[in-house]
Design a binder for this molecule. Structure first.
Ligand SMILES: [Zn+2]
Length: 502
């Protein structure tokens, strides 16, 4: 601020479109302006308009203000925006700019904008800006809904947490740049565009350096890519990209849908750009070129797809078909958050098949010999026990009648009867509990996959295995019926294969 400003008039007015809002706009503006005043240590007087008329003559506080300005009481008039003073009426505008010019009073805003009506070059801008603001206002009102969209159109930030390295300035409603984060952003951009590093490697580098995202989380491939492709860094503000609501706790939320690009509102932001259009295009081109996947990688289903896991990092292993037709388990390249690869080695898939067939044979024998029989026995034993228990229960129930007979015969007195009845009651309760527990066991056994099912699945798999021309996909489906999980660890020539059947 090159003008020496000490005494200011604070002018507050609601605009017409704010009158029916729920929040108190005037109070909000007042606190904003007072904050500015105390920060800059200014002397002030407040002019607060209660009505919301656009025309100067129907605004009593405005008339009072202009009179005071005319008498040169202030160095400046502080408003939230220029359009608080005036909106578009050319006659009013001429009157106002004359008063401000003659008294050598400037208009200032909390964003440190200074409108000097004595500066010829600037007065042109002032006039233009006033007309433009009004025109813009009308256009926005006509074309769009209120609130957010107006903000976006005016270059204000309305989209929540801004992308790294921007930070939201609540006073100006604009985006500022965090200078430390800006260094990180530039490093990110350099690694991607110049060093041609893939997004996941950039994430590892940043995590290694202990750098966090705007939400204080570790970086991931996707968060890097989102920051790099954002158009906000071009200096624009995009609003209305999506429709719908993603909030999970909202019932009937349809989720977020991305709208056609032509429906987006792209406005020039008031924030500083951090990349050129050329850099932006370069980033998009690099991402697009990497999107092309190696041929057939999506349909490369192997017999043990989604069944073979890494014994070290526990994640699924992938397969690779060599030109000679041989299939290998790939070295595990899973990375932790700083990019340390697991590097558990792979091998020819035939080695696993051999072990699988061997283990499967053993498992089948086990099922055939002992388990199968004993489980069958178990169940018939349960049935027998259940039958006995039910008979015992019936006997206990008839015991009640017997006790009554004995009492009537005079074999024992009333107290003895009661003691015996209580004892019998508790015996009946215990018996009922036993029966329920056995019934549960039987129900569970019935629901369980029986060994017979297992043997059937093994038989099917073995048949398919020995069928010529069977597809790997079919074998994979059948394998999933018998194998729960295979874990593989290879250290040098030591192979540890752990096959778990269902
Ligand atoms: Zn691994």
């Amino acid at each position: 601020m090159d003008i020496n400003i000490k005494e200011v008039a604070v002018y507050l007015r609601k605009s017409r479109d704010e009158t029916d809002g729920k929040e108190d706009v005037l109070a909000k503006h007042e606190s904003l302006l007072l904050e500015y005043i105390s920060k800059n240590n200014l002397k002030y007087k407040i002019y607060k308009e209660i009505g919301s008329s656009e025309h100067i003559d129907s605004r009593p506080e405005m008339l009072r203000l202009l009179k005071d300005v005319e008498q040169d009481l202030y160095d400046a008039v502080l408003v939230v925006d220029l359009d608080r003073l005036i909106r578009g009426d050319l006659e009013d505008m001429g009157r106002l700019s004359r008063i401000f010019r003659d008294s050598n009073t400037v208009v200032i805003t909390p964003t440190d904008k200074v409108y000097n009506f004595n500066d010829d070059d600037q007065s042109l801008i002032n006039n233009f800006e006033m007309v433009f603001a009004n025109h813009e206002y009308k256009m926005i009102k006509k074309r769009m809904l209120r609130g957010k969209k107006q903000g976006a159109k005016a270059g204000k930030w309305t989209n929540g947490t801004p992308p790294y390295p921007y930070v939201y300035n609540r006073i100006t409603r604009e985006l500022d740049i965090d200078s430390n984060k800006e260094k990180v952003y530039n490093l990110m951009k350099k690694m991607f565009i110049e060093d041609m590093k893939p997004a996941h490697e950039i994430a590892w580098e940043l995590n290694k350096l202990g750098i966090k995202t705007s939400k204080n989380a570790d970086w991931h491939e996707n968060s890097i890519r989102r920051v790099l492709t954002s158009e906000v860094h071009l200096g624009v503000i995009v609003y209305g990209k999506t429709t719908g609501n993603s909030r999970k706790n909202k019932p009937n939320a349809r989720g977020v849908q991305v709208k056609e690009r032509t429906e987006w509102i792209v406005a020039n932001g008031t924030h500083q750009p951090l990349k050129t259009e050329e850099e932006h295009q370069r980033i998009l081109t690099i991402i697009e070129s990497r999107r092309i996947l190696p041929k057939g990688s999506r349909t490369n289903i192997q017999v043990l797809s989604k069944l073979l896991y890494c014994g070290k990092c526990k994640r699924a292993r992938s397969f690779i078909s060599k030109p000679n037709g041989k299939v290998y388990v790939q070295t595990c390249l899973m990375a932790d958050r700083v990019g340390n690869r697991c590097k558990n080695r792979g091998m020819r898939v035939e080695i696993i098949y051999a072990q699988l067939m061997f283990d499967l044979e053993e498992y089948e024998q086990q099922l055939l010999n002992s388990e199968f029989q004993s489980k069958q026995d178990d169940n018939s034993t349960f049935q027998l026990v259940l039958k006995n228990k039910q008979e015992e229960l019936n006997q206990l129930a008839t015991g009640m009648d017997r006790l009554m007979d004995l009492y009537i015969e005079g074999s024992f007195d009333k107290d003895q009867l009661k003691a015996r009845m209580d004892k019998l009651q508790s015996q009946i309760q215990d018996k009922k509990c036993e029966i329920r527990s056995i019934e549960r066991s039987i129900a569970l056994a019935d629901n369980e996959r029986t060994d017979e099912d297992r043997l059937q699945a093994i038989k099917k798999f073995k048949e398919a295995w020995n069928t010529e021309d069977i597809s790997r996909k079919e074998l994979n489906t059948l394998a999933k019926e018998i194998i729960d999980r295979i874990e593989l660890i290879r250290e040098g020539n030591n192979v540890d294969l752990n096959i778990q059947f269902f």
